[in-house]
Design a protein around this ligand. Structure first.
Ligand SMILES: Cc1cc2nc3c(=O)[nH]c(=O)nc-3n(C[C@H](O)[C@H](O)[C@H](O)COP(=O)(O)OP(=O)(O)OC[C@H]3O[C@@H](n4cnc5c(N)ncnc54)[C@H](O)[C@@H]3O)c2cc1C
Length: 329
């Protein structure tokens, strides 16, 4: 998608946004697009694809893909696709776990329970700490202080967790975000550091289930954490919720102001005349691309904004407030 088209898409999304907001116009849009049409043959999955995936509202958290009991979705090219719609029974779960939807149960109450969480601009939290890892090999590759990786390594070494669901990039196509189930120290270390793209991490939780690896920890940006928490604590479908609650023991959130759209990475690399590798780094609005030791800088924040994922433009969760621990630089 070209940068211009991306900007147009963002405008379109703003027009429709948002399902959860109190704005009566948005509510009317939701009622009309979803509830109204549900009286006819319009299925939940049609709404999901037409209004969320194809419009660019989808954050690629993959909650819909993993919750579908009939395996209707395939995840491809950074988006869910409905390749087996004939199997769909219109149960509506895929729409319910879209992280902007109103839920039967408030996951905040279920995650924080009766604890005395504080609330301010960071959202809900119990306490805030400054930290960094003391382990040199962790610090050498980690994005900030390496506390996220150090904590996960500790959990693995003590046998508290057997695997970690992390983000990575495809070996064949280094700009393409992917998921990874890390079960060794080396695998965890090699995927540390931030890639400013949205990876379908929840697919790795399914991989852990299929390999009987439990308990696991899951790492993700707020939309990924929200998708997971919606499944675990949103009161949507008990058998699946329990499975996710019983097997995913720790949720690590990464603070996030935005991620880059995949097409944006390719466009950015082309403009800079460099190859895409797994080191597309963005920091405080300026973008750097480390390429064989070189560092290239995109001139301005405005230049960079056109590569931001449309769904990030209206995300309301910066600190991954539903995670057990949230990390930011
Ligand atoms: C898209 C994105 C946007 C961010 N925006 C901000 C921001 O605006 N402000 C801020 O303070 N911090 C932001 N962060 C978080 C920050 O970059 C660090 O991840 C965080 O401070 C933890 O640092 P660390 O050294 O402890 O992590 P590390 O020890 O390096 O561990 C990072 C972990 O995150 C996983 N990971 C990396 N990329 C992804 C991804 N795309 N999706 C899921 N998991 C991933 C790695 O596999 C690793 O397990 C962002 C991170 C991402 C991925």
């Amino acid at each position: 998608m070209s940068s211009e088209n991306l900007l147009k898409k963002v405008e379109q999304i703003w027009e429709k946004y948002s399902v959860l907001t109190e704005d009566p116009k948005a509510r009317a849009w939701f009622d009309d697009s979803y509830k109204g049409k549900r009286q006819t043959n319009y299925r939940a999955v049609d709404f999901l694809m037409e209004e969320i995936v194809h419009t660019g509202i989808c954050s690629s958290c993959t909650a819909c893909v993993v919750i579908c009991p009939w395996d209707v979705f395939t995840y491809s090219e950074n988006h869910p696709e409905t390749t087996r719609t004939d199997r769909c029974t219109d149960c509506g779960l895929c729409v319910q776990v879209f992280p902007e939807m109103p839920l039967p149960a408030d996951p905040r109450e279920n995650v924080f329970g009766s604890s005395k969480a504080k609330t301010d601009d960071f959202g809900f939290y119990l306490d805030i700490f400054l930290s960094r890892s003391k382990i040199p090999e962790v610090r050498a590759r980690a994005q900030d202080g390496g506390t996220a990786t150090a904590l996960l390594l500790y959990g693995m070494e003590k046998g508290l967790i057997k695997g970690v669901v992390v983000g990575d990039v495809s070996k064949e196509n280094p700009g393409m975000p992917t998921h990874k189930l890390a079960t060794t120290k080396d695998a965890l270390l090699s995927s540390s550091g931030s890639r400013y793209v949205c990876s379908p991490n929840m697919l790795a939780i399914e991989e852990a289930f299929s390999k009987d690896i439990s308990p696991t920890a899951a790492v993700g940006v707020p939309c990924q954490v929200d998708g997971l928490r919606y499944i675990q604590h949103g009161g949507v479908y008990r058998p699946i919720s329990e499975r996710y609650r019983n097997n995913v023991a720790l949720t690590i959130g990464l603070f996030c102001s935005e991620a880059i759209v995949y097409e944006g990475i390719a466009d950015l690399a082309k403009q800079l005349g460099i190859e895409i590798d797994d080191n597309v780094l963005q920091h405080k609005g300026q973008s750097h691309h480390k390429n064989k030791g070189q560092r290239v800088r995109v001139s301005s924040k405005k230049d960079f904004r056109k590569y931001v994922r449309p769904d990030c433009e209206f995300c309301k969760d910066y600190s991954a407030e539903l995670a057990d621990v949230g990390f930011g630089g």
